[in-house]
Design a binder for this molecule. Structure first.
Ligand code: AHR
Length: 502
């Protein structure tokens, strides 16, 4: 099959916010305990954080990390996680039916984030608590001193404020599963009043209001309209979440799901514009896609196990083991975010360690990269700069979620500082090679081209502790240059990064 792609210097989508490659850590399963924190681990730092995991997170280069939840945050008391560790209470976490020892709280997370080279994105509890807890938490984290909460932080060992800019006003408040779930009006009102109080403290904060938990919610997209009508003047982002499933084991249908993601972003973008016009506002609210990933491998069995267990601490939970097929999916999802980067400014892979995550750990033992680590790593490292509006000409197929799904999924970025053009291309055809002609117009002359390929003959191939490099990128020498046109042939069901030096 042939595919023709043209990138032209005059056709761009906009600047990519580096936080498009954000991540998420929740107090859930082994994400925190034996994930990032394990004082007895051979690589543990004096503060108990695993050095081997920090190294992998640094390599991943995720500029922001959302914390501490997720569903967990909706019944969380942030004060339980501060002060001497011996005095911290063990609480029952109602979201995941586990025990929370509170040995990691905001101080420990802040130290970890600093070591891992990522900024904090913190969530306040608007489920079981509200405005007062939120303003106290922000004062504790961001005020220099001379007030009750900031002085307590100083007493607890941290003199300087952390100055966290990005705050989530609760989590998935549209979901009946959420502790303290609310109607759109109730939540919108509370989020607006909370935002006003936080802005009274610091009007430079960036605030994220909850949109829909997914696009199949019965309240979607009216939820977004109602919540934004309540909050439009006070918030900067509306949060969306989506998880991808392949229970039917139908690869073509599975890889078409990013079309649904694209539609979801487009619809919510329309709702934002509708409310903006209604309010006669100049303000631009953007999308924070702060939970996304493949999540289905262990989902049903986990739900069953959870019902039966007796409040364990840091159990194995949501530990999906990803395969090569998921590499293709994660590549298509990231491409959708790049193509929609005019609307989507922040996106967080959910999650980061052990729990539906690119990084896995063994208690007391190894840490390794899951298959999906690789497309995220390549995009996070190289998908920066300006997103390009590409002209793509390729055969397409019809699926349950959309007609006209192009066999070639491709996104491109121009990093003017580095003098590079980078393209991420997924061949969604299962049998045919794809001969790609990629013309780059008016960027200056092309000096060289590199092709990095991720391919495995088995869609089910996984990375394990014993075989951590089963699925990984390989450098090839097969891309050729004819003037300003790059030619290459990519195999069926494959992921490619094509990097051009100008
Ligand atoms: O990431 C797992 C869970 O998925 C989060 O806690 C919640 O926000 C979402 O439903």
């Amino acid at each position: 099959m042939d595919a023709r792609v043209t990138a032209h210097a005059r056709y761009s989508i906009g600047e990519i916010d580096k936080r498009l490659y954000g991540s998420f850590l929740e107090h859930l399963g082994r994400a925190v305990y034996t994930g990032i924190y394990e004082p007895e681990h051979p690589t543990a730092l004096p503060n108990g954080m695993r050095r081997d995991v920090i190294d992998l997170v640094r390599e991943l280069d995720t500029p922001v990390c959302r914390y501490p939840g997720g569903n967990f945050v909706s019944a969380y008391n942030w004060e339980d996680g501060i002060g001497p560790k011996g005095n911290r209470p063990t609480r029952l976490d109602l979201a995941w039916r586990t025990s929370e020892s509170n040995q990691v709280g905001v101080h420990e997370f802040a130290e970890w984030a600093d070591a891992a080279g990522t900024d904090m994105m913190l969530a306040v509890n608007l489920g079981s608590r509200g405005l007062d807890e939120a303003r106290n938490f922000v004062e504790y984290v961001n005020h220099p001193g001379g007030s009750q909460w900031s002085d307590l932080r100083r007493k607890n060992g941290r003199a300087d404020p952390w100055d966290v800019k990005l705050w989530c006003l609760g989590n998935e408040m549209d979901g009946p599963w959420q502790v303290g779930h609310k109607s759109a009006h109730e939540y919108g009102h509370l989020a607006n009043e909370t935002a006003k109080a936080l802005r009274a403290f610091d009007d430079k904060l960036e605030l994220v209001v909850c949109g829909s938990s997914h696009s199949e919610m019965a309240t979607y997209p009216q939820w977004e309209a109602t919540v934004l009508e309540e909050t439009y003047d006070q918030v900067d982002y509306i949060s969306l979440h989506m998880y991808f499933e392949n229970y039917e084991k139908n690869t073509a249908e599975y890889l078409a799901l990013p079309e649904k993601l694209d539609r979801y972003i487009g619809t919510v973008g329309g709702v934002i514009d509708f409310v903006k016009s209604k309010k006669r506002s100049k303000r631009d609210v953007k999308i924070s896609f702060d939970e996304w990933n493949v999540w289905y491998h262990e989902r049903k069995s986990d739900a069953k196990r959870m019902k039966e267990w007796d409040w364990p601490h840091a159990p194995v939970l949501l530990e999906d083991i990803y395969n090569f097929e998921d590499v293709l999916q994660v590549g298509c999802i990231l491409n959708t975010f790049i193509r929609r980067s005019d609307r989507v400014r922040i996106a967080c892979i959910a999650q980061l360690v052990n729990v539906i995550a690119p990084i896995m750990t063994e208690p007391g033992g190894a840490a390794w990269r899951q298959t999906i680590y690789h497309p995220f790593h390549l995009a996070s490292r190289h998908g920066r700069g300006t997103a390009l509006q590409l002209d793509v000409d390729c055969k397409s197929y019809t699926s349950g979620v959309a007609d006209d799904v192009s066999y070639l999924d491709i996104a491109g970025t121009h990093d003017a500082d580095a003098g590079t053009l980078t393209f991420f291309a997924i061949n969604r055809h299962g049998q045919e090679h794809m001969d790609i002609a990629l013309a780059v117009e008016r960027f200056g002359s092309v000096k060289s081209v590199e092709h990095t390929l991720i391919k495995h003959d088995d869609l089910e191939a996984r990375n394990t502790k014993e075989n951590p490099d089963n699925v990984k990128p390989h450098q090839t020498n097969d891309a050729t240059l004819e003037g300003n046109t790059v030619r290459l042939s990519v195999p069926p069901y494959s992921y490619s990064m094509i990097r051009i030096t100008l």
